[in-house]
Write a protein that binds this ligand. Structure first.
Ligand SMILES: CC(C)(COP(=O)(O)OP(=O)(O)OC[C@H]1O[C@@H](n2cnc3c(N)ncnc32)[C@H](O)[C@@H]1OP(=O)(O)O)[C@@H](O)C(=O)NCCC(=O)NCCS
Length: 154
């Protein structure tokens, strides 16, 4: 079952956030801070209290095994661009012990239905290029790449 989180579940959400953070640290150690310090654990409460954000969880047999952070973003018009108003999937992950069981697919279906219902016309997310598993998943559920970040190490 996929639904919005309850406040008492935020510690469990943090366990899953740590798994995602560890993966990012391993893949991009020059960018991501190692460990999962107090500051990062506390950040879940800022997310919880932000009216533009929401936390989604997936539950299997009473256990939270997946989570997503949604963020309603509005970027004002610029000389180059029209107003952009969309739902961003800010953080996303499934417990290592429950991968390849369709949990993430179920979460995307929930997020998609919610976004449609709320009147959004686009869902967006960004991901790190090293994360081949995530890319395979996002493409499998229908996301396409529309923009790239590039770098050159000096
Ligand atoms: C990416 C992730 C969310 C996928 O979650 P999941 O619940 O295992 O995904 P699903 O079981 O719904 O997978 C659906 C389909 O996506 C594709 N897919 C998922 N994981 C894949 C992988 N590791 N390699 C290749 N394809 C994959 C497959 O087509 C899969 O269907 P199948 O299992 O029938 O072959 C999960 O691996 C994860 O949490 N990774 C670590 C955190 C992360 O990378 N988060 C996203 C970036 S912030």
């Amino acid at each position: 079952m996929v639904r919005f989180a309850e406040e008492y579940e935020l510690n469990r959400v943090n366990e899953l956030r740590k798994q995602v953070n560890d993966l990012h640290v391993a893949g991009k150690p020059e960018i991501f801070k190692p460990g999962f310090p107090e500051e990062l654990r506390e950040f879940v409460h800022s997310i919880w209290n932000d009216p533009d954000k929401a936390i989604v969880v997936a539950e299997r047999e009473g256990e939270i095994c997946g989570f997503a952070v949604l963020h309603h973003i509005v970027r004002p018009e610029t000389p180059f661009m029209f107003v952009r108003d969309y739902l961003d999937v800010d953080e996303f992950g499934v417990d290592e012990a429950h991968r390849r069981e369709g949990v993430a697919t179920e979460m995307i279906a929930f997020i998609r239905a919610y976004a449609k219902e709320a009147g959004f016309s686009r869902i967006e997310l960004n991901m790190w290029e090293f994360n081949h598993d995530a890319l395979a998943f996002y493409e499998a559920v229908g996301f396409t790449t529309y923009r790239r970040y590039m770098e050159m190490q000096l």
